[in-house]
Design a protein around this ligand. Sequence first.
Ligand code: PLZ
Length: 435
Amino acid sequence: MTIEQERRLVTSIPGPKSQELLARKQAAVPTGIGTTLPVFVTRAGGGIVVDADGNQLIDFGSGIAVTNVGNAAPRVVERVQKQVADFTHTCFMVTPYESYVQVCEKLNELTPGDHDKRTFLVNSGAEAVENAVKVARHATGRPAVVVFDHGYHGRTLLTMTLTAKNMPYKQGFGPFAPEVYRVPVAYPFRGPSDAFEQAVDVITKQIGAENVAAVVIEPILGEGGFIVPERGFLPRIAEFCRENGIVFVADEVQTGFARTGDLFACEDEGVVPDIICTAKGIAGGLPLAGVTGRAELMDAVHVGGLGGTYGGNPLACEAALGVLETIEEEDLVAKARRIGEIMLPRLRSLQERFPTIGDVRGRGAMIAIELVKPGTKEPDAAATQAIVKRCHAEGLLVLTAGTYGNVLRFLPPLVMPEHLLEEGLTILEKAVAEA
Ligand code: PLZ
């Protein structure tokens, strides 16, 4: 049954059924697991999320950049339904199956660069990044990993160490993994303007380039606030890596799969990573992630050195094949660009009216506004929260981000109908005006 593509509020948000479920959640689930918008979902599809009280919300979050093809996308549903009846698990390392190999072939073909590649599959973005570091260390025989200010790479010991922001990701969870070094990123709104020079200085003078296994970077920094590094920064970092035998790892967990108006965000500046990590949008919500890299790096690891019980689960692989078909057949790369073309001008004119919007940025359907105290660059997290609250009350699901908690980010499903996109923007405009 398809969901009518219409916002509809029948109770306040959250409604009574969601409130009842929230009370049960609070009694059963630890406080460490937060809730952005406490409505309990019963169905979702297109640009709409339906809750237990029958409210229909406009989705500007895609489950944090996961349902790029929309929730319950028909090609995903069909393939997963067939697979779940055929077999659910064998463990690819025990007795393999074709869909895993198909996904790897597709990733080898579709990721940037026409060199010989290999891919293996794991369950989450963090696991992909952690495995990229394992491969890079093994292939280079070097210990150090370089990451960036405002970077986010996950919540495991290693990836939480790679993550920049202390609260909430790291506070109280140390000691952290050794041999992780952080350098500046070229954040156009906040600087520094010489981030590349500073980064190279730290790498060559403090760490020693010959000790660095990998540089890990998000081509657009996601949780850190949708920071689009200044043009030229990524290519220069990639070139520095090449000159110094360092594995350049692109964490495309959030930016991948048509989100930014390219299949992968690295393509925008023609950057070819040595290893690319993918997850989120890869399988329409089923847990899957990929590590794709140069054959000689990936094959450096001994037999049995990589893996995991569930990595490349057959349901998730079928979902990924359905996602890739959907992206191609519905030309979602073009749809992502179109979303950016609609959103950016409206947000820029909003910025002209309201100086609390310090910056409007992003590419394709990965767009954000950064909120500041008018006339300054001082982050305004309180205004951000006020706007989010208004949007949620009006049935528009939006997410925040940013090291300073002052970024509103927009990640609509790429199949979002344009009338919902426009309506969502109108709600946002009113919320900004009220704040
Ligand atoms: N790398 C670039 O964006 C996940 C985090 C949600 P997992 N981002 C959403 C939260 O608060 O836990 C992410 C990412 C980038 C890695 C990851 C980690 O991916 O699938 O959440 O492990």
